[in-house]
Design a binder for this molecule. Sequence first.
Ligand SMILES: Cc1cc2nc3c(=O)[nH]c(=O)nc-3n(C[C@H](O)[C@H](O)[C@H](O)COP(=O)(O)O)c2cc1C
Length: 158
Amino acid sequence: MKTAIIFRSKHGTTETVSRTMAQKLSTDEVTLIDLKKYPKPNLQDFGRIVVGGSIHAGAVQKQVKNFCTAHLNDLQQKEVGLFICCMDRELQEKEFENAFPDELKTHAKATGIMGGEFVFERMNFLERFIVKKISKTDHSVSDINEEAIDAFVSRLQG
Ligand SMILES: Cc1cc2nc3c(=O)[nH]c(=O)nc-3n(C[C@H](O)[C@H](O)[C@H](O)COP(=O)(O)O)c2cc1C
């Protein structure tokens, strides 16, 4: 099936997860679409759409939310997967809940919370300050949940 993985990524983690997912969806013809570079992708060609974003200050990127709202009718005609990258294990379910419209979550074939990374080299001064404060760490950490990616891919293809 022709699949689009449509994502937004601030420091590259959601992009990395999207690329991993594309490799794992090996039986599909997968196109990766960065909403920052291509804010208005044409969905017509795709039977399956995966939408992913990351959480900063409690919320997914506005562009991801707006994309889902604007294309809700189209997306409901297709097979859909929804995922987020984030680092707060306690709040992650709530963050996912708030990231996508209810109608789309109900319609989705697969949903996933894929963990995340803190990449200090890619953060600006303010971001470093915030992350040090909330996470009590001052070095880069990778906590991508490969099992969650595998489960997501097999649900999508099942
Ligand atoms: C400034 C900043 C704020 C963040 N705020 C949150 C947050 O509120 N909740 C959370 O779960 N993760 C938070 N994170 C973690 C990100 O979701 C994580 O770094 C993710 O991997 C980012 O993916 P991206 O590089 O694709 O944007 C924050 C990260 C940064 C740098």
